[in-house]
Design a protein around this ligand. Structure first.
Ligand SMILES: [Zn+2]
Ligand SMILES: [Zn+2]
Length: 284
């Protein structure tokens, strides 16, 4: 197998040409944000592990939430300026340009309000806020979360950190969002496969119980049908109780592709056709 990630992604896109524009968008987002954003300083890992003992994610705790909101709002104008001239789909380029104008002429406090609503996942209030300032909802939400993702230090996205902390919830220990993807993976040859969940907001991974619906907790295997639309890598775990699904990567080594929500958007179309609901996506 070729280890060069670009060649890997290229071969994936050759097999799924309809994803090419989306892949380009995410690559641009990632490279611009990596360049423009310095992660926020969080407490030490051990302190973070202690902070979530009561089940409250880090970014839902007032002090840390305020710190991240402040940094995100403060750097938004520069971050948006960094997208100027980048190769982006026309609709996204226009959304970012409009947002950039808005950020340039808006009080810091109001920008902070946007990030507070985003982090608190107060979706109705957030939608009303974005409508009021006449910005395109989906793009703003997507890039807003991509910025939060870039602000969270990589060491806190590691599943081992949250395993040690004893985190067993079905929401992200860092930001509190529901997971958007899952992975079944053997940690050691001696053990069976375990399930990991991935946050669609901040990219954190955490360990979760292997059997049962991630969203409602239904454990009746008769009511947990699995769809296998493409031979191999990603399957769709569905639930007859709450009619939701989660895409589950059953391989390993190509997490850079298969744990990215966008890489299997065609599977979401299939699930939607079956009347199943998606959770944890930053677009919804
Ligand atoms: Zn998260
Ligand atoms: Zn369920």
């Amino acid at each position: 197998m070729n280890k060069n990630p670009e060649t890997t992604l290229a071969s994936y896109l050759a097999a799924h040409p309809f994803l090419e524009e989306t892949a380009g968008l995410y690559q641009t987002l990632q490279s611009v944000l990596q360049e423009a954003v310095v992660p926020v300083e969080f407490p030490e890992v051990a302190a973070c592990q202690q902070l979530v003992k009561d089940g409250v994610p880090l970014l839902q705790q007032e002090k840390l939430q305020r710190a991240v909101v402040k940094v995100a709002a403060g750097m938004l104008p520069d971050v948006l300026a960094a997208f100027k001239g980048q190769q982006l789909p026309a609709a996204m380029a226009k959304a970012l340009a409009d947002w950039s104008v808005w950020a340039g002429e808006t009080e810091l406090q109001e920008i902070q309000q946007f990030f507070t609503l985003l982090l608190k996942q107060q979706d109705e209030e957030l939608a009303a806020f974005i409508t009021k300032v006449k910005l395109p909802k989906a793009s703003i939400r997507l890039v807003g979360w991509a910025l939060i993702d870039a602000l969270v230090p990589a060491e806190l996205k590691d599943a081992q950190v949250w395993r040690e902390a004893g985190w067993r919830e079905n929401y992200c220990p860092v930001c509190g969002r529901q997971p958007v993807m899952a992975q079944l993976k053997k940690e050691t040859e001696a053990n069976g496969a375990e399930r990991f969940l991935r946050c669609g907001g901040c990219g954190t991974l955490w360990h979760f119980t292997r059997i049962g619906c991630v969203y409602c907790g239904n454990k009746d295997t008769q009511k947990l049908p699995i769809l296998l639309p493409e031979k191999g890598q990603v399957r769709i775990d569905t639930c007859d109780e709450c009619h939701s699904y989660i895409k589950t990567y059953v391989g390993h080594g190509r997490e850079d592709i298969y744990l990215q929500d966008w890489a299997t958007l065609h599977l979401d179309v299939l699930a939607e056709e079956k009347g199943l609901a998606k959770h944890g996506s930053v677009l919804i």
